[in-house]
Write a protein of this length. Structure first.
Length: 174
């Protein structure tokens, strides 16, 4: 186990996770991974982790989520513009940088409301030329999260073999 944690900590460092952290904080968080802390709970990820409660998103909260993500996205060259086009009991539609996004239709669950708009953000991030993408944890659930991550972080977590599939972020894609 210690070997896998060590490889994970090194892979996270190589991915630049602690690039902007001061040396003491870098050392503290590296040690936390070595001791078994879940990496995405580390303070370095606080500014790129956003609550994404599936029910709240289905009921009209997508704009609030995307607004919360806007400053972090802007740091990576993506100026996000979001506008609600329609929201009623049958339909919920927004415009994201000129792209039409149907959040849900009658009877759909929170997973669609989480993944559809974030998949558009991922397309826009790719067009902006940044390697970062939006990943989800527990998409559609009340504990859902959206995370702006370098895919190397997720790859390192998967390759470590330390986490169950449910604990691994999924790329927001449709």
């Amino acid at each position: 186990m210690a070997g896998r944690r060590g490889r994970l900590a090194l892979a996270l460092a190589e991915a630049g996770v602690w690039r902007s952290a001061d040396p003491e904080e870098r050392e503290r968080q590296f040690a936390a991974v070595l001791s078994g802390d879940y990496p995405l709970n580390l303070p370095v990820f606080d500014d790129v982790t956003f609550p994404a409660d599936g029910e709240a998103l289905t009921e009209g909260g997508v704009e609030k989520l995307l607004d919360a993500m806007t400053p972090a996205l802007a740091e990576h060259g993506l100026a996000l513009r979001v506008r609600r086009l329609r929201r009623d009991e049958h339909d919920y539609v927004i415009d994201v940088n000129g792209r039409f996004c149907r959040i849900r239709t009658a009877g759909e669950q929170g997973r669609a409301a989480t993944v559809r708009p974030l998949a558009i953000v991922n397309d826009l991030l790719a067009a902006a030329g940044t390697p970062l993408r939006v990943f989800t944890l527990y998409a559609g659930g009340s504990e859902g999260l959206a995370l702006l991550l370098d895919p190397r972080v997720v790859r390192a977590m998967k390759l470590s073999g330390l986490y169950d599939r449910r604990e691994l972020p999924e790329l927001a894609a449709v």
